[in-house]
Design a protein around this ligand. Structure first.
Ligand code: BT5
Length: 247
């Protein structure tokens, strides 16, 4: 059952000790007409990543999904993912973690040139008719106060990097940051560039249309990645990116 979380956040918070997926709960609330609600859980038993991948979400993490009803074209929805990545990165850096953004939907801690561990992931889902977003849920998963050995091998946590955080303070910073960028979408890409690990990197991108290798040189004003390949410039949208890895 949901209880009050007692946070002074820019959203109504619905808190669960345990839930299947906060994104599923947010989707139900959104289809009932909710807006500016954040569904927060200590643990998820059926956490989801992109493309039907599993997301492990044991107790101690920050698992939260925010419902928005923005008057934007669907093409700009990826900016909500970028906005979340910037807000996560800023909150994690305040907690002493060397967090950087890996396009399109990860926050990672770099190890060396091409190696990193994943601290957080974002899953943005939306509903709407052509040309119009009806609602959008941004699911944010941050490995906060979790032992690294309770997570996939490629993951890290705030606990492992710099010690436990006060999750209430962390969630408050995170949601305030997300709300600020969400309300000023033109500020998202400049802030994203400041924290991006992917920029200037040589990357390999798996797409349904085939792999692409080149240097990531920028993101567009709708959040797509611009890659300089041997055959010229290509723009890749998050929806077309199955996997990106530095090479
Ligand atoms: C993501 O997917 O990174 C999006 C994750 C979104 C999770 C949030 S939690 C709140 C809300 N409710 C949900 O049910 N979901 C959202 P993707 O880029 O597809 O990455 C998934 C991959 O990351 C998996 O295949 C694993 O390799 C790895 N992974 C799984 N759990 C992880 C974790 N806790 N930390 C780091 N990596 C993880």
């Amino acid at each position: 059952p949901a209880v009050e979380y007692g946070l002074d956040a820019p959203f109504t918070i619905e808190y669960h000790d345990s839930v299947g997926s906060t994104n599923d709960r947010a989707r139900d609330l959104a289809s009932e007409g909710a807006a500016d609600v954040a569904v927060l859980a200590d643990e998820q038993t059926g956490g989801r990543g992109r493309l039907e991948r599993e997301w492990s979400a044991p107790s101690g993490g920050v698992w939260v999904s925010v419902v928005s009803r923005p008057a934007i074209a669907p093409a700009r929805a990826p900016l909500y993912t970028l906005a979340a990545s910037v807000a996560i990165t800023q909150a994690a850096r305040e907690a002493g973690v060397d967090a950087r953004i890996k396009w399109p939907n990860d926050v990672v801690v770099p190890i060396d040139g091409t190696d990193y561990r994943k601290l957080a992931g974002i899953l943005t889902e939306m509903e709407g008719e052509t040309g119009r977003v009806e609602w959008l849920t941004v699911g944010i998963g941050v490995n906060a106060n979790i032992d690294a050995d309770a997570l996939p091998e490629t993951a890290t946590s705030i606990r492992a990097e710099s010690g436990d955080v006060d999750r209430r303070v962390f969630v408050q910073r995170l949601l305030e940051g997300f709300d600020r960028y969400r309300s000023d979408l033109d500020s998202v890409v400049p802030a994203w560039r400041e924290h991006a690990l992917t920029l200037g990197q040589r990357v390999r991108i798996d797409r349904p249309a085939g792999d692409l290798v080149g240097e990531a040189i920028d993101v567009t004003d709708s959040g797509a990645l611009v890659v300089e390949t041997d055959d010229g410039r290509e723009t890749v949208s998050a929806g077309d990116c199955e996997h990106l890895r530095p090479v």
